[in-house]
Every structure is written in C-alpha cells, then in structure tokens.
Design a protein around this ligand. Structure first.
Ligand SMILES: Nc1nc2c(c(=O)[nH]1)N[C@H]1C(S)=C(S)[C@@H](COP(=O)(O)O)O[C@H]1N2
Ligand SMILES: [Mo]
Length: 302
C-alpha cells in the first residue's frame, strides 16, 4: 500500500533505518540514492503515517472561515469565541430531543484518544491526536427514530465573536451532513480535545466532528445543532460550489477536483526535504469504510 518517495524522508521524522539510509545516500551519492529508493517499501513499514503533527502546526495552520480565510486567522481571532457554557440542540427524528449541556453529554460519553490522518480538499494533510467520543454513542443516548437517514450539523453563528462572518464567503451558518450509516461508523467521532488537552478554539472548540476518511471540510467545527432527518441535508461547500464539492467528499486520489489533482498531498511540517506523498483511497481507511459505498459510482458521487 503505502510507498514513500525518497524525498519524503526527513531528518526530523527519521527512524533509525531512515537515518541510516539518509547517511548512506549522502555518503554514496548516486549509488546511495539507488539504495534508498530500493529500501523505500521497508521504510514504509515503520513509517510516519501516524506520527502526529506538532501542537504548533495543528493549532496555527487552520481552516475556520468564521474567523478569516487565511491559515493564520483562526489562531489570531478564535479566542473571541465563548465556549462555556455550551449547549447542543439535538432534534428531528430522535426519541429524546432537547437542548443538551455539553458538560452533561461529556460525562455520559466514553472519552478516548485517537490519532487520525486529516486530508484537506486543498491537498495538504496532517496527523492529529484527537480526544473525543464516538458520535454513535451520542446518537444512542438520544435515540434515533425509524425513518432517520441522515444527520445534519450546524456551527455556531456569532457575528460579535466571529469577525469572518461579515464576509459572504459561505452562506452562514456553516452546515454539514452525513448519511446515517456514516454517522454511526465507529471511526466517526466528536472531538473535545487535542493532545490530551481541551480543544483549542481554532480547531473547533468545544465540540467538532471528525470524519477521517472524508475531506476536512466535512469535519464541522463548534457544533451547536445535530438534526436527524429523512432527507439529504444541505452542506456549506456543496452550496458554494456544487460542481467542486459533493455531499460525500470521500478522500479519493482517483477523482480530481476540477481545478487540481487529488492524487498527492503535502504533509504540513514535512521539513526541508519533504515532497508530496501519495493520497490514499479513503485517506487510508478503506479497510474500515469502503463497504459503506459498495455498488456506488464514486466519480458520480464525489
Ligand atoms: N465551521 C467550520 N468548520 C470547518 C471549517 C470552517 O471553515 N468552518 N473548515 C473545514 C476545513 S476546510 C478543514 S480542512 C478543517 C480544518 O480543521 P483544523 O483547522 O482543525 O485542521 O475544518 C473544517 N471545519
Ligand atoms: Mo479543508
């Protein structure tokens, strides 16, 4: 599966084997380069696919357009968001609808740490050590009624605290959605933390969806409403550019964005020698999730 290109080997993330090969490459020139290329599959076996990015990388290079469209804007402005107290309205086709205190939700959930790859539709990626709980557990708590087929999510909309929402970049509030089986999948979590600490505001505090096999924009931040519905909910990026951003938005190296290739990605923090890495089907989670899409045309349902 994962092969790494020679120029993905960096000193920063080098295993002893990588470091050895690097030295050989530098010492032996062309002959060494051949050796390193040959050994690349070996390196992949002990590779950095799940070595987390640093706290600084994860918290200063963000997409959270409610706080501005530049990667550094959320880190600068998201401190303005009041994240406590926080309530989440759960409504639609559920047995126990209501406005739930996040503190009550969290004390009822099993909180776990999970290291997930994050692949943005813009063709960059990171590895993030989340803390959170399975969305399926919250849905079990509220009781999903027969007839529910989709889950819709909504981000807080607070013009006083969110300087970005005065610009009509997107149709605010930010909304997202999943098919019910995607929402119930054990990989789908609601994150409340990062590196074992409370989630920073720029990463979507106090509660943000994480769906690791889909492009990052599906992982909606600062969620205030979760609605079970029988109809496919509208999603922000699909509304903004229906030809470019589909409802599913599964990571897929074989289906390009109309304006750029999705075959490779740039790992944030890759360092001086870093090149592009191949993008993996379903972002590397095919074994877990491919069966959700059996029989579906993934080019049509992009
Ligand atoms: N409400 C909201 N959620 C959002 C976004 C946004 O602009 N607003 N950006 C999305 C995009 S494009 C990505 S790649 C991820 C980035 O998450 P991160 O900043 O924690 O890495 O958040 C997603 N969730
Ligand atoms: Mo993204």
């Amino acid at each position: 599966m994962a092969h790494r290109w020679k120029n993905d080997l960096t000193f920063a993330d080098a295993t002893p084997l990588d470091a050895y090969l690097h030295r050989r490459t530098l010492l032996l020139g062309a002959a060494g380069a051949g050796l390193a290329a040959m050994a690349a599959p070996l390196a992949a076996a002990s590779d950095d696919m799940l070595t987390p990015n640093s706290w600084d990388e994860i918290t200063t290079y963000n997409n959270y357009y409610e706080f501005g469209v530049k990667k550094g804007d959320p880190a600068k402005h998201a401190h303005r968001l009041t994240t406590a107290p926080w309530t989440v309205t759960v409504d639609g086709l559920v047995d126990r609808p209501g406005e739930y205190e996040l503190t009550d939700i969290m004390s009822a959930m099993t909180i776990e740490d999970r290291i997930y790859r994050l692949r943005c539709v813009e063709a960059w990626s990171m590895v993030v050590p989340w803390r959170g709980f399975e969305l399926a557990d919250l849905l079990a708590m509220v009781g999903v009624k027969d007839g529910a087929r989709y889950v819709a999510f909504e981000t807080a909309l607070r013009p006083d605290e969110m300087p970005g929402v005065r610009f009509p970049v997107l149709d605010w509030p930010y909304v997202e959605g999943l098919r019910l089986d995607e929402a119930l999948h054990p990989l789908t979590i609601l994150a409340t933390g990062l590196y074992g600490k409370p989630l920073p505001n720029q990463n979507g505090a106090p509660l943000r969806l994480v769906v690791p096999w889909k492009y990052g924009f599906k992982s909606i931040k600062s969620v205030v409403r979760i609605t079970l519905t029988d109809t496919k909910p509208p999603t922000s990026w699909n509304k903004a550019g229906p030809r470019e951003y589909g409802f599913y938005s599964n990571v897929n190296p074989n289906v390009d964005h109309p304006r750029w290739s999705q075959a490779t990605e740039r790992r944030i923090g890759g360092g001086l020698f870093a090149g592009r890495e191949p993008t993996l089907m379903f972002n590397g989670y095919a074994a877990e999730v491919a069966s959700l899409y059996d029989g579906m045309d993934l080019t049509e349902n992009f």
